[in-house]
Write a protein that binds this ligand. Structure first.
Ligand code: MG
Length: 254
């Protein structure tokens, strides 16, 4: 069921989204050689607590998971697509790319955001992958107009990326707000005009995940981390968006 947010909820989500973006950009500044992925998680949690808010992912247990997610921040490095578990012994080095994904609960309501950042000076081929994925998110957001459908968003991303890269198909964007994952499921591919129509008051997380090589991914034995099947790098950008009559509004904006 798709939940249309009230005016009061939208005000809270705007404030939550602003806080989340501020935090994630601060965490991004810490992405440097020698830092562990666990350091990033600890820092994110510290910033969330200082604001009086709560992390959405810590102890979150998705359907089918054996254990709850053990961290606040998902940190996915290189061939890790999403849901990487922060670890003390996982140290970032020059030319890595690092996806940081954070969910925030502010006054009972959720927003979700991710970005991928290079460590030092990465390969130009990888820089292009990051740029294209960030652009794919903009393309998705621009398609999130009242009257368009979920299929229009997916189709816009798919058309933009073309055959240049592998678009991950088994993971998708989603509704967000009263829970961290709500309906609808929003794939990064699809047919124009198909699926649920977008209406004002819908809040959705759009999140293209794009691989340098194959679109295929595999779930790691830790039960959370998705990796590319061919070991090539993957990028991920995400914003929480409010659908309005005046066009899409990015809520996760500092
Ligand atoms: Mg998400």
């Amino acid at each position: 069921m798709i939940i249309i947010k009230t005016k009061e909820e939208i005000q809270i989500l705007r404030e939550g989204g602003k806080r989340l973006a501020t935090i994630l950009h601060k965490v991004k500044e810490k992405v440097t050689p020698g830092v562990s992925t666990r350091d990033l998680d600890i820092y994110a949690l510290k910033l969330i607590r200082e604001m009086g808010d709560e992390p959405a992912f810590l102890n979150y247990r998705p359907a089918g998971a054996k254990i709850p997610f053990p961290a606040s921040l998902c940190v996915s490095v290189n061939d890790e697509v999403v849901h990487g578990i922060p670890r003390k012994n996982k140290i970032l080095k020059e030319r890595d790319i690092v996806s940081i994904d954070l969910g925030l609960k502010h006054r009972g309501l959720f927003t979700d955001m991710a970005l991928t950042v290079p460590v030092g000076d990465p390969d130009p081929v990888v820089v292009k992958l990051l740029q294209t994925t960030q652009e794919a998110l903009s393309v998705a957001i621009n398609a999130a107009e009242v009257g368009n459908t979920i299929g229009d968003i997916g189709n816009a991303v798919e058309s933009f990326v073309g055959g240049r890269y592998g678009i991950v198909e088994v993971l998708a964007g989603h509704g967000v707000g009263r829970a961290i994952h709500e309906d609808p499921f929003i794939p990064n591919f699809g047919k124009a005009g198909k699926g649920t129509k977008l209406v004002p008051g819908m809040v959705i997380a759009l999140e293209p995940m794009i691989n340098l090589g194959t679109k295929n991914v595999a779930l790691d034995s830790d039960g959370y981390t998705f990796r590319t099947a061919d070991g090539k790098p993957s990028a991920h950008f995400e914003h929480t968006i409010l659908i309005t009559e005046e066009g899409p509004e990015i809520l996760t904006y500092p």
